[in-house]
Design a binder for this molecule. Structure first.
Ligand code: IPD
Length: 256
């Protein structure tokens, strides 16, 4: 568990930057719906500095400076604040997500919610954990399922299909939820709070760490065609237990 031991204190310290935010100044990235704050940048700068000092030979794929990302064989894929809109609106439900990847393989993943101090971790072939306690995917049936989803807010051309799929699920499942942070949504599937999750357009920093958490917790995570996802490009994401994933995959066939 070499990565988790070394990176856990760093991600927790970065969480203090989020908790210390009082006045939040906003900047538009592409428009008023896609924002970045000084705290996203501060958290990212802190993480890059600390991680570079331990792993100088690793590359970075960071949400907040995509122009300066330099990829190597080993890379960190970082979302400094996943759930930026939640953060801006004071919802206290956001997370820092760090994936450590070697080419197309996720070696380790950490997702930290500083508000309730929950740290989700996974290292390849060593299982998934919440605050050091092992976690597993649920085995609920579709009827019993609580399914999370994301609405691809930066790519609103997927809205109608997203809500068609939500409607289809809601006809039979127990409930659905839209929480606003894909990293925590995936962590929640890994620990069985959600039984499935889908989103039509996610970036690598939203899902890299969560992908390993789901796999190590015994779940399935693919794109909407059931294939492995590319870790370096935006993609569709479908995650769930062995009852939920195939069921949603079959609904998707009718919608896509
Ligand atoms: C976003 C959140 C949101 C999801 C979006 C993501 P950000 O990340 O995870 O839940 O629906 O697709 O891009 O912008 O808050 O880091």
């Amino acid at each position: 568990m070499q990565y988790i031991e070394k990176i856990s204190p760093i991600i927790k310290k970065a969480g203090e930057i989020i908790l210390g935010a009082k006045t939040i100044n906003l900047e538009e990235k592409t428009n008023y719906q896609n924002l970045v704050t000084e705290f996203d940048k501060k958290v990212q700068a802190y993480l890059v500095k600390e991680l570079k000092s331990i792993y100088p030979e690793y590359g970075f794929l960071n949400e907040e400076d995509t122009n300066n990302n330099e990829l190597k064989e080993y890379n960190f894929i970082i979302d400094p604040i996943d759930g930026t809109t939640n953060f801006i609106h004071g919802l206290q439900f956001s997370a820092i997500s760090i994936g450590i990847v070697q080419n197309q393989k996720v070696l380790a993943g950490l997702i930290y919610n500083p508000y309730n101090k929950e740290l989700f971790t996974a290292e390849l072939n060593h299982g998934a954990y919440l605050n050091n306690t092992p976690i597993t995917i649920s085995n609920r049936s579709f009827k019993e399922a609580n399914i999370g989803f994301g609405a691809s807010p930066y790519n609103r051309e997927y809205l109608s299909k997203t809500y068609q799929l939500v409607e289809k699920c809601m006809e039979t499942c127990r409930e659905t939820r839209r929480f606003g942070t894909a990293a925590l949504d995936l962590a929640y599937v890994a620990c069985g709070r959600f039984d499935g999750f889908f989103e039509f357009h996610l970036f690598p920093w939203d899902f890299a760490a969560g992908l390993l958490l789901i796999k190590e917790a015994g779940g399935i995570i693919t794109d909407f065609k059931g294939n492995d996802v590319d870790l370096y490009h935006p993609t569709t994401i479908l995650a769930g237990n062995h009852n939920i994933h195939p069921q949603i995959l079959s609904y998707l066939k009718a919608i896509l």
